[in-house]
Design a protein. Structure first.
Length: 308
């Protein structure tokens, strides 16, 4: 709680102090952020207004794009301000809000990617039952479960962090308020917080990842056993390629950051890895889906044609 803390404000040190790099970084990350907003916004718009995209796969993709827009908005604007004006002050309350939404949206995205893998598994391995299994009600429940589990997971970290005391040191070696940098500054016991980070957050990361791997093991074995023609085998893999690419882009850096038991870790590596999944991946997702997906390209051309 704020009245328990001697430090009522933190200073985000950001990515770099080098003057020349700051201006270059500002332009680069501003372009990435705008790409994320425009690209993901276009996908959400297409999924809502294009009747041909009213299917479970695109419903989940719309949710993913929505998450990505919010996710990059949690960290990037503050980071951009840091490039322009140097080290950024952030209140203790503001720090908790940023931490909460970062973990809320990040864990919801991990769960949603597992849901999308299950959707591909049903579509490829059990196509006759697909519309029955992935009914609109089921899809809505799965999406709501992803969002609400992410929210509860983040709330746990927010409440636990709010109980810590901070005295004296207030410089956060990061471009946003994350749990590990804050735990390093706390002057009260952090063992319970660290245990929650290691056990619960690792489970939130690894659980969906295991489900994704299992889904694709079943898909690959089904295709290799049941589908004889080369062309027939290629089609299901091509529909999964975009999803697999996004899974790799999110999970490789996240697994690096959160799955080894943490005791503070390597701050500089954590910052670079966080940059990948909080800034770069949300900008790449719409490009990956629209470039690789014929339906999305068709819907995009139709939307742009309508506007012109």
């Amino acid at each position: 709680r704020l009245n328990q803390t001697e430090t009522g404000e933190f200073i985000l040190l950001g990515l770099t102090d080098v003057q020349g790099l700051q201006h270059f970084s500002f332009i680069a990350f501003l372009l990435l952020y705008l790409t994320s907003l425009v690209g993901n916004g276009a996908i959400v718009t297409m999924v809502i207004f294009e009747p041909r995209l009213h299917t479970p796969m695109y419903f989940f993709l719309g949710n993913l794009s929505c998450l990505d827009m919010f996710y990059s908005t949690v960290t990037v604007p503050k980071m951009l301000t840091g490039f322009l004006f140097g080290r950024q002050p952030i209140s203790f309350g503001g720090c908790l809000v940023q931490l909460h939404f970062f973990h809320f949206l990040g864990s919801a995205e991990a769960l949603l990617l597992a849901t999308m893998a299950y959707d591909r598994y049903v579509a490829i391995c059990n196509p006759l039952c697909y519309t029955l299994v992935m009914s609109p009600r089921t899809c809505l429940l799965l999406a709501m479960a992803s969002w609400s589990t992410g929210f509860v997971h983040a709330m746990m970290h927010s409440v636990m962090t709010s109980r810590l005391r901070f005295c004296g040191r207030n410089h956060i070696n990061h471009f946003f308020c994350d749990i590990k940098p804050l735990l390093n500054l706390a002057c009260s016991a952090t063992s319970l917080n660290m245990t929650l980070l290691n056990v619960v957050t690792t489970s939130i990361v690894l659980g969906p990842f295991i489900l994704i791997v299992l889904s694709y093991v079943y898909i690959i074995s089904f295709v290799l056993q049941k589908v004889r023609s080369q062309e027939g085998r290629w089609k299901p893999f091509s529909t999964c390629a975009s999803h697999l690419t996004i899974v790799a882009l999110l999970y490789v850096p996240v697994l690096c950051n959160y799955t080894p038991p943490s005791s503070g870790g390597f701050p500089n590596r954590d910052v670079q890895v966080s940059l990948m999944y909080s800034t770069v991946t949300p900008a790449l997702n719409p490009l990956i889906y629209t470039l690789r997906n014929r339906e999305m390209r068709r819907a995009l051309r139709k939307m742009l044609g309508r506007k012109s």
